[in-house]
Write a protein that binds this ligand. Structure first.
Ligand code: AMP
Length: 271
């Protein structure tokens, strides 16, 4: 695994290859990331992973400052996997030095779910993904369905501008049914118990949801129930179509999208 610390070494190392699979991350590598890497490794000739905590996608400065990082541990894990050819760890200036200001805007119809609650977040995500795509020029980008709205917006944004295809990959969960996330590092044992209870309950809820008009109302009652029982804050709990992310009344072809806070840690998932 070759470590690339600037754009010069990135360009030099990638030049000979055209079948490149790319796994962009913000580090704190876990099994979720490793599953994307495994998929890339099986699909493409070369696999590159990036670790870049992009300040421009954080709508909250404290959240950025507290984002868990452990670059040495990450390097060890990635090396041990033997599935990564290149690890790109750019500096801020490697990504943003071309001074090109972004004019990406999320349209009104897309201001749903996290886009509604995290102002500027997806503008920052799309901007950095476009920059990374230009720098790495991958054939395929592997992304987790755990962050389904992110995958959906990136896919739609890049598809008309680049040849790169975006490959959605399944969500990896721990034994407690909690989807793996770097932010889980901030949870204490009690927090983990709550996240586990919520995940298991939402799997069950999705199974028991019957197609009917009252789904929205039912979900509103569920929000209140979970908030009171677990003493957590639920930002949204919505059933939406996976095709277009519109509110849905039918369980088939839809997912339950949730964002919630446990002790100030914001987590998202879908079921
Ligand atoms: P992050 O480092 O959190 O920005 O995530 C980098 C990539 O890993 C994104 O495409 C995520 O959707 C994906 N990812 C994060 N957690 C998981 C998970 N539990 N299972 C599968 N993919 C994940």
């Amino acid at each position: 695994m070759k470590i690339l610390l600037n754009n010069n070494s990135l360009f030099k190392s990638l030049r000979p290859f055209n079948d490149i699979g790319f796994v962009p991350t913000m580090g704190s590598i876990h099994e979720g990331h490793l599953s994307l890497i495994d998929r890339s490794n099986r699909t493409c000739k070369k696999t590159i992973v990036s670790i870049f905590v992009n300040p421009k996608q954080f709508n909250n400065k404290k959240d950025f400052k507290n984002y868990p990082t452990n670059i040495n541990k990450d390097i060890k894990i990635l090396k041990k996997s033997k599935k990564v050819d290149f690890l790109y760890i750019p500096k801020f200036k490697d990504i943003y030095n071309n001074n090109k200001k972004s004019n990406i805007k999320i349209t009104k119809k897309d201001k749903i779910l996290c886009a509604k609650y995290r102002k500027g977040h997806f503008e920052g995500v799309l901007d950095v993904m476009e920059r990374l795509t230009n720098l790495v020029n991958p054939k395929k980008i592997f992304m987790g369905k755990k962050d389904y709205q992110q995958y959906f917006l990136i896919k739609n944004y890049l598809k008309n501008k680049y040849k790169t295809s975006i490959v959605p990959c399944k969500t990896i969960r721990d034994i407690n049914k909690i989807s793996l996330s770097s932010r889980n590092n901030h949870l204490d044992l009690n927090g983990i118990k709550k996240a586990s209870f919520l995940s298991k309950s939402l799997f069950r809820l999705k199974k028991n949801l019957v197609n009917k008009k009252k789904i929205k109302q039912k979900l509103r009652i569920q929000i209140k129930y979970f908030e009171k029982l677990l003493k957590i804050k639920i930002e949204y709990l919505e059933l939406r179509s996976i095709k277009n992310l519109k509110i849905s009344n039918t369980v088939r072809g839809s997912r339950l999208f949730v964002a919630y806070y446990i002790d100030n840690v914001r987590l998202i998932d879908n079921f």
